[in-house]
Design a protein. Structure first.
Lengths: 426, 196
């Protein structure tokens, strides 16, 4: 063991450190919907706050594609209290809703208040007061956006969530790979792991506190879980061969993974408590990319047992394996919608790879994107959109598309190659 | 646990053979050890700065393992025949057709030459690094890359090379050598590198 320790020390000295430069992200709506809801977010009365809360709310709602906000220059007035709102003025500039608010210091923190009004009848639909630390003002703004979105559209907003993704940059012969986590609007992007060897397949735990991923930092594949708040991580699988494609069980106690330790790639269930692994699929073909149905009963995975990669389903306890995709020569990398009614996947035909969504009951697949190199789709936590990686020319970027295909956003980074996005489940 | 110890040793041995970048900072890996082996953690990781108002310039660094292609290019410390373009040993990359792990006719003599060298040098170890092009899903491409490595390993073993001389890893589409997004790049990326 002494020798072992000495060797570890020697290789530790070989590490080198460099500052992390975060790529800035911006989001463009590339396809909006015509029926976007007109809403005026009046600049909040604000004292001393370092962040303009109302402009964050404004850009959240705009970015969703479901709202069309009014620029402050075109507003008939800038009321900051309910009795100062003259509703006919707002009606005459075509607004359906008005939001006003105030941000005032309270000790070391801030009181943030906002109200949402229906312009047609002047009624208040929402009114909240929250306390926020200076550091949490952006989070509070996203929370307000979520409440407005849900009140008007009747489904949960996704502005408070985060996204994980992988970036890769090259300098000469050397690559630099990062596992990044950012707010859903691209702000606050931070590298949570960095390596000159590939990092892959980030997967959020159901409580959104941990991420499982694959790292080749030892020049072989291993699966890690990392707690975001502390950076603490554990190596949970390092078998000979492939250690890949981690997917959390809905209760967070297990990972479905791909291992090839017994020969060819199969799906295994890894118990995170005991670290025991049990083999679930036993086919001689490639079985990989497992994902859990939200009820925890079934695993859907990619297999080429029929010649080409297609999606199959198997009960978590083992049992009959059923093919579930029948259209397209290539269906892979499945991911369930939160309600379990849809599966999104990479859907390929003749070398063209697009994002598809399959209705689990009817098995019919709708193609949402135009390809040709789209990959790694996953649902937003409210099920309304699918986030995926795409490429135009030499630039890899992330994109989100509504599941009816009507709304499309592009998440643009200023430099690095970006891929494998995953939206946090909460 | 036996095999994990062996793995750890292999990982460390390979770390030792790499020219780590110089650093006067000796950062210990005070991260939670994985339970499979208690070695160091080589990627740098950091806690997430959760307060949304703060900027994201977290701590961080890079692991200094050599990411270079010492298998196909440098031929560090290898005998002269490895850099003689007329010797098949100078070829250490096997290319594949789309979606295939069949070795094409052209590469059979190359693999045979490496088999002879490995037979004559039983203490020599090579890693067969499988790779694929960027099309399709990433984890599926990891599996395809492994199939390619295993095909080459099988041919070497069939010619008498000992399994203990062979390591296998698949990088899927994660380590392209050609950065374009067309067939001329893809065909260079569908490969197994015989890394001495």
């Amino acid at each position: 063991m002494n020798l072992f320790k000495k060797l570890v020390l020697v290789s530790a000295i070989g590490m080198c450190f460099a500052p992390i430069v975060n790529a800035e992200m911006s989001i463009e709506i590339t396809e909006g919907i015509e029926s976007a809801m007109p809403i005026a977010i009046v600049p909040f009365a604000s004292q001393g706050a370092s962040l303009d809360v109302s402009s964050v709310v404004d850009s959240d709602l705009t970015r969703s594609g479901y709202f069309k906000t009014l620029s402050p220059q075109r507003m008939p007035a800038k009321p900051t209290s309910a009795d100062a709102i003259n509703f006919p003025d707002w009606q005459s500039v075509g607004q359906n809703y008005v939001v006003i608010g105030r941000v005032q210091p309270n000790g070391g923190a801030y009181n943030v208040e906002f109200q949402l009004f229906d312009v047609a009848n002047g009624s208040q639909l929402l009114g909240y007061r929250m306390t926020s630390s200076a550091n949490d003002l952006r989070k509070t703004a996203h929370h307000i956006s979520d409440m407005i979105y849900e009140k008007i559209l009747g489904k949960k907003g996704v502005f408070s969530g985060r996204i994980a993704y992988i970036t890769s940059t090259r300098q000469g012969d050397q690559s630099n790979h990062k596992l990044m986590v950012a707010d859903a609007d691209g702000a606050n992007a931070q590298a949570v792991a960095t390596s000159i060897e590939p990092l892959m397949s980030p997967a959020w735990s159901p409580d959104a506190k941990r991420i499982a991923y694959v790292s080749f930092e030892k020049r072989t594949a291993a699966i890690y879980t990392q707690t975001l708040a502390t950076g603490q991580r554990e190596r949970v699988a390092e078998f000979p061969g492939i250690n890949g494609a981690p997917a959390w069980s809905p209760d967070g106690s297990k990972l479905a993974v791909t291992l090839s330790k017994d020969g060819n790639p199969d799906i295994y269930i890894l118990d995170l408590g005991s670290r025991a692994v049990s083999k679930l699929t036993k086919n001689r073909a490639i079985d990989t990319e497992p994902t859990w149905s939200p009820d925890g009963r079934n695993i859907v995975f990619t297999s080429d047992r029929g010649g080409k990669p297609q999606l199959y389903s198997i009960p978590v306890q083992g049992g009959e394996e059923k093919r579930i995709t029948f259209s397209g020569s290539y269906n892979a990398r499945a991911s369930f919608s939160p309600d379990g009614k849809f599966i999104t996947m990479v859907h390929g035909n003749g070398g063209d790879y697009r994002i598809g969504v399959m209705d689990v009951n009817s098995k019919s697949i709708s193609v949402l994107t135009s390809g040709p190199l789209d990959e790694s789709p996953s649902f937003a936590p409210n099920g309304s959109m699918v986030l995926y990686a795409s490429r135009k020319g030499s630039t890899g970027y992330l994109s989100a598309v509504s599941i009816d295909g009507r709304m499309q956003q592009k998440l643009v980074f200023d430099s690095a190659e970006v891929r494998e996005p995953a939206w946090s489940p909460k | 646990m036996k095999f994990t110890k062996t793995l750890a040793t292999i990982a460390i041995m390979s770390a030792l053979t790499l020219t780590g970048c110089s650093s006067d900072e000796e950062k210990d890996a005070s991260l939670t050890d994985g339970s499979l082996n208690g070695g160091m953690n080589d990627a740098s990781v950091s806690g997430l700065n959760d307060s949304s108002g703060m900027n994201g310039s977290g701590m961080g660094g890079r692991f200094g393992a050599n990411g270079g292609k010492y298998g196909s290019k440098g031929a560090n410390g290898l005998p002269p025949e490895f850099s003689d373009p007329n010797n098949p040993l100078s070829k250490r990359t096997i290319y594949f057709m789309l979606d295939s792990s069949q070795v094409q006719q052209d590469f059979i003599p190359v693999i045979a030459a490496h088999a002879r060298y490995l037979l004559a040098n039983p203490s020599q170890h090579v890693v067969l690094e499988g790779n694929g092009d960027e099309r399709g899903s990433r984890e599926y491409n990891i599996a395809l890359g492994e199939q390619r490595s295993k095909t080459v390993a099988g041919m070497l073993k069939a010619q008498g090379v000992s399994e203990s001389q062979l390591g296998i890893v698949s990088y899927g589409e994660e380590k392209p050598v050609a950065m374009g997004h067309d067939e001329s790049s893809w065909e260079l990326n569908r490969r197994v590198e015989i890394a001495y």
